[in-house]
Every structure is written in C-alpha cells, then in structure tokens.
Write a protein that binds this ligand. Structure first.
Ligand SMILES: [Ca+2]
Length: 388
C-alpha cells in the first residue's frame, strides 16, 4: 500500500506526501469507502469536466443521505506537525432532513477522528480548505480522507476534490491552530463553531438566561488559533463549557488549559472563593483558579479514574457551587493526557461516578443543610419571642 520511499516522507519542507494528489490517475492510491456502499447510494468517479488544476478531479455523488470518502494512508513520523490541504467544489450538498447537529458537508479529515478542515455546503465553487495536525509520538500512518458527510451527519449531493496536499511543517504558522492526535478533547482550541455554539462543547449555567450569562466566540482575544471560548457574567453566576471525553479506568490524567480573566469577583456571601478554572463537572476536583484581571495563564490538575469508568466530563468554568462570580473569562487550548509521574500520581483525587459521592461535596452539602436548619430555628424562635 505504502509505495512512497520513507526517506522522502521524512524530508522536511516542500514535499507533498500525497500520492496521486490531483486524481490524474483516477482512484490509484485511494480507497473509496461509504457508510452505504450500494450502487443506488453513492457513486465515485474521476471527473474530467471539473478540475482545480491538471486534467482531472475526483467526484463523489451521494445519491441518498450517506457518509462517503476517498482514503489514503500517509507515511509520516510521530510527534510532528502536518498541514493537510486541498480544493473542494460542491453542488446541492444537504441532508434530506436538513443538516444534523455537527452540520458538516464536504471536507478533508483524518478518518476515525473529528479532526477536519472547514466544510462546504450547498453549491460552492472551488475553495481551498486545510487543517494542521500533530501526530501521536508512535504514529506512522494517519489516514486522510476526502469526505462527503460524517458520522451521524449523512448528506446528499455532489462534491469534487482536487490537489490534496500533505506537508510537514516545522512549526504552526501565524495564528493557525494544530489539532493534536493524542488529545482526547475535540475542538480543544475552540476553532470550530456549530451554529451559535462551539462544536462538542455544551454550555450550562446555574442561571441559564440571557441577562445572567453570555457564551460567545472571541476572535480578538485568543491564546492560539482564530478564537477562544468566552463567558461573561453580568450578574453573580456559575457556568461553564463542558465536554465529556472517553477515558480508561484506573488511570491518572492531567487536564490542562489556558485561562484569561477580566474583573472576575465573587459575591461577598460566597462560602468558598473560586473564580475561573478547569474542573471535572459535578465534583470538587479542579485546577487553581484565576480572579480579577489576569493575562493568559496556564493552569492544570490531575485526576484518577475509577475502576469502571469510561468517561470524564471536563468543564471550562467561571465560578463554582457556593462561589458565584461576576466578570469575564476566556478559555483556550484545553488538553487531557495520561499523567506519568509516579511520585505525584498518589496525590490525584479520585473521580468515580459509580463509587461513593465525592467527600468534600457531601461534607459541604451536610454543613449547608445543618446551617440552614439552625438559621430557620433561630428565626422561628426570634419571631415567637417577639410575638410573646
Ligand atoms: Ca483557539
């Protein structure tokens, strides 16, 4: 399958690692795959009518809602940066029932991941799309795909692909962003929007109403790439962007990211004092926090998973339970990685949703209930004393 001389693939700089990048030799070096492969569902063919350059491009027609792709394994080396780019033209790309949540038409991507370029929908003339990826340390062949539709996001219509380029980069250029293949967080740099929200990040708040919290994209203030996730609290509130990721049981993970704040301050009645932070949603496990006005600051924490655990809800959070705050926070470049410093691993707090409740949470809840009952009893006795 891999006919490329590995020495060529390791050369840095100008070399395009894609074989048959302009489809001049039809599907040579490419594999055609589709969710529904039957002839009435998809057609793959070389197109001599439309091309971005050369004599040909490649045409995919989804005759019914489908997720189809042309795939090629690229020889790379691990822990390195690659830019994948190409040209796409579309005609009538849409889902029968409208595009689904992820809202993806025709794009370039890495198979089996959500790492992809921007997409083209409807009918659009040739447009260049690209994305940058950092390979895992042990990775040798990421499979790239020219794709029409996606998982849970089948589409109809036609797309043409041409001049597919995979090039190794020495560094991430300018304000571009590299998706890291060993980071289980999707859209970790908040670069991809879906409608009014970020793809894969779910916003939630204690008071989820427009005059109490604003979730927005910020293309002016960002740590890297084109945008960051911004949360503004006009009033005291507790909110966050959350993403649930897949994890293994009995592992220690490091969760890290970058936070910037402006005028973050807590209510004087708060029982604890927490500003902007990264946390495991639904627990007291969190990073050190930022208050007041701070520049982009790296923050991190470690967490141990339980014996039956498969998911971890990571949140970029402004405020906390018992710590409602005002102000603005920006979050960017969130990362989760296996943590391997045996001397410190024993310090990792356990997050086990199937196990007993997190102790501090229960302790504080009990304390709150007891204090509440004492306060009510005191008020009742005062009222009775005044009346008598
Ligand atoms: Ca970013």
């Amino acid at each position: 399958m891999l006919c490329l001389n590995p020495v060529m693939a390791w050369g840095r700089g100008e070399a395009n690692l894609t074989r048959n990048p302009g489809f001049e030799q039809g599907t040579s070096s490419w594999d055609a795959k589709a969710w529904r492969m039957d002839p009435g569902a998809v057609e793959f063919r070389q197109s001599l009518k439309y091309r971005h350059s050369g004599k040909a491009s490649f045409e995919i027609s989804n005759l019914q809602d489908n997720d189809s792709a042309l795939l090629q394994d690229i020889a790379v080396h691990g822990g390195s940066l690659y830019e994948i780019s190409g040209w796409i033209k579309t005609r009538d790309v849409n889902g029968t029932q409208g595009l689904k949540r992820e809202n993806i038409g025709a794009c370039l991507c890495l198979r089996d991941t959500w790492i992809r370029s921007n997409d083209l929908k409807g009918s659009q003339d040739w447009a260049r799309v690209s994305f940058i990826v950092k390979t895992r340390p042990d990775q040798t062949t990421p499979p790239i795909a020219c794709r029409l539709g996606y998982w849970g996001n089948t589409v109809k219509g036609m797309a043409w692909f041409d001049d597919i380029t995979v090039e190794e980069l020495k560094e991430t250029p300018g304000d571009s962003h590299a998706d890291e293949l060993d980071n289980p967080i999707v859209n970790a740099g908040f670069e991809k929007h879906a409608g009014n929200f970020y793809e894969f990040w779910v916003p939630n708040a204690w008071m989820m109403k427009p005059d109490a919290v604003e979730f927005s994209f910020d293309s002016e203030t960002k740590h890297r790439g084109r945008s960051s996730a911004k949360i503004t609290h006009p009033v005291f509130n507790d909110s966050g962007w959350t993403q649930e990721i897949g994890v293994g049981p009995n592992q220690v993970y490091k969760v890290s990211g970058w936070i910037k704040t402006k005028d973050v301050s807590g209510n004087k009645d708060n029982r604890i004092d927490v500003g902007a932070n990264l946390c495991i949603n639904g627990t007291w496990i969190r990073s050190p926090d930022l208050k007041g006005t701070q520049p982009w600051t790296h923050t991190e924490f470690i967490v141990r998973t339980g014996p039956r655990q498969t998911t971890l809800p990571i949140a970029c959070r402004l405020g906390y339970w018992s710590s409602v705050v005002k102000g603005t926070a920006w979050f960017d470049d969130v990362r989760v990685a296996l943590f391997s410093e045996p001397a410190k691993e024993k310090d990792a707090p356990l997050y086990d949703p199937q196990g007993p409740p997190n102790k501090p949470a229960r302790g504080r809840l009990l304390l709150a209930v007891v204090l509440g009952l004492v306060a009510i009893a005191t008020m009742v006795s005062i009222i009775l004393a005044v009346k008598s």
